[in-house]
Design a protein around this ligand. Sequence first.
Ligand code: PLP
Length: 337
Amino acid sequence: MPSETSRSAIDYPERIRRARLPTPLEPLARLSAQLGVSLFAKRDDLTGSALSGNKIRKLEFLFAEAVRQGADTVITCGGEQSNHCRATAVAAAQLGLGSYLLLRTDDPTRPPAIEANILLDRLVGAEVRWVSRPEYARRAELFVEVAAELRARGKKPYAIPEGGSNALGAWGYIRCVEELSAELPPGPATLVYAAGSGGTGAGLILGVKLLGLPWRVVGVNVCDDRDYFVRVIGEIVEQAIERFHLDVRFDRSEIEIRDGYVGRGYAKSRPEELALLRDVARAEGIVLDPVYTGKAFYGLTRELARDPRAFGERIVFLHTGGIFGLFPKAAELAPLL
Ligand SMILES: Cc1ncc(COP(=O)(O)O)c(C=O)c1O
């Protein structure tokens, strides 16, 4: 197995190693033939098992800061089946810290079943508070309230934003770009990823700039819309440039987002998306998730159907994980199998 590069052109902030890195870059021969492009998957679904997916790359940097500040509990938030919250809870347990999750659900008095990511959250001992959509909209205030509550209990909390998406978390995907630059033969390429809270996109954009690579970075949003992601990703990139004094030029007009693939809404699936997820599993033995990578891959194939050269000759699809999101969809998938 290849080992992590010890020397780097980039001066990274401190991190706690938790992810299995580097993740493999795999050519997808059968899908490439079907789509008429040279398609690769960056297998960030293989960063771990319970800890799998993109979030752990960001959390390595965020946990390093939490530990340095003497925290003993991390607070974070997300949707009820959040991969980010699950990864945070698992990483916290691995490091001997506690975790407190604010999970958004339709009716907090009737919380969802303990399955998939929620099962893992509970298994590793996360404290869960169910919050309604209106409460979630004011999550910044909730973080302050929960932090005060934890302090009153004698804890030292550290707050991690939704998706681990901030200037520090973005380093996780700067590092991923550096990894990719060692894996992919030189030349132009387009990186395609699912945009959920913006941190992955921000890190990819920064990494490509810092390393001066001839690569495009294209997000497919799985919630909200293009304007929202240009703002959110733009803010993270700008904050990272300022906080870490990065020597790069950036303008929000450079952010590429392909909108139009949210479908029935965040975490809601259409039969055509699930059918493609099945077809990818059968063609390549790769399991996408219905909430993020399945939608982004669906968007990628629709864009290629419209314009076979939309992303050039060579495409790297970021498989950012999310497998546990499949399990609550078993009943919807069953008729397609
Ligand atoms: C599996 C998976 N893929 C992609 C994303 C999107 O990444 P980001 O939140 O950094 O935009 C997430 C989380 O939001 C995720 O859990």
